[in-house]
Design a protein around this ligand. Structure first.
Ligand code: ADP
Ligand code: S3P
Ligand code: MG
Length: 171
């Protein structure tokens, strides 16, 4: 299906979208993009700075713009930011322009995988676990709504998950 040549990864912080996306793109010889990296490239500021200067609202506007532009491309793997699906425009865009894979994991794994990384502003507080639980409640139905495939990332290496995605999609 020519119009389905892109693969878009959605899911919560720490699911492994950025890491698995790179492996997936390597394996499939596709270009890799990450919406957070693209925002950083365009603004010359890191994500924490964008949140500081423009708030989450400003960040979401940038995120939507970047995803809108990147989904114009063909033959890419795109790791989205975990909150991008709260925008209906983004969900519609992802569904229309590629195969959407929801990377799922447990809250415990999310906490473990994100705790040493200071780059996620929403988790820089004294109870990231509760934040992640609340976000999951709000966002999991949206990931499910937009997903063509759901893949667990708990018990396998990022590389193994990439292989599993390839098998599942049948590429
Ligand atoms: N399947 C996996 N198994 C173990 N660690 C992983 C796995 N996927 C990602 N990680 C690690 O978890 C951290 C967060 O991964 P990342 O790709 O940034 O997630 P996301 O982009 O979904 O927030 C990174 O340190 C990464 O190396
Ligand atoms: O879930 C979120 O709202 C966010 C997820 C982050 O990306 P990852 O999902 O790649 O960690 C990043 O876009 C920003 O810190 C906000
Ligand atoms: Mg990421």
């Amino acid at each position: 299906m020519a119009e389905k040549r892109n693969i878009f990864l959605v899911g919560p912080m720490g699911a492994g979208k950025s890491t698995i996306g790179k492996h997936l793109a390597d394996e499939l010889h596709l270009e890799f993009y990450d919406s957070d990296q693209e925002i950083e490239r365009r603004t010359g500021a890191d994500i924490a700075w964008v949140f500081d200067l423009e708030g989450e609202e400003g960040f979401r506007v940038r995120e939507e713009g970047v995803i809108n532009d990147l989904t114009e491309k063909q033959g890419i793997v795109l790791a989205t930011g975990g909150g991008s699906v709260i925008s209906k425009t983004v969900r519609n865009r992802l569904a229309a322009r590629g195969i959407v894979v929801y990377l799922q994991t447990t809250i415990d794994k999310q906490v473990a995988r994100t705790q040493r990384d200071k780059r996620r502003p929403l988790l820089q507080n004294n109870d990231p676990e509760t934040v992640l639980r609340n976000l999951a409640e709000e966002r999991n139905p949206l990931y499910e709504e937009v997903a063509d495939y759901v893949v667990q990332t708990d018990d396998q290496s990022a590389r193994a998950v990439a292989s599993q995605i390839i098998d599942k999609i049948g590429l």
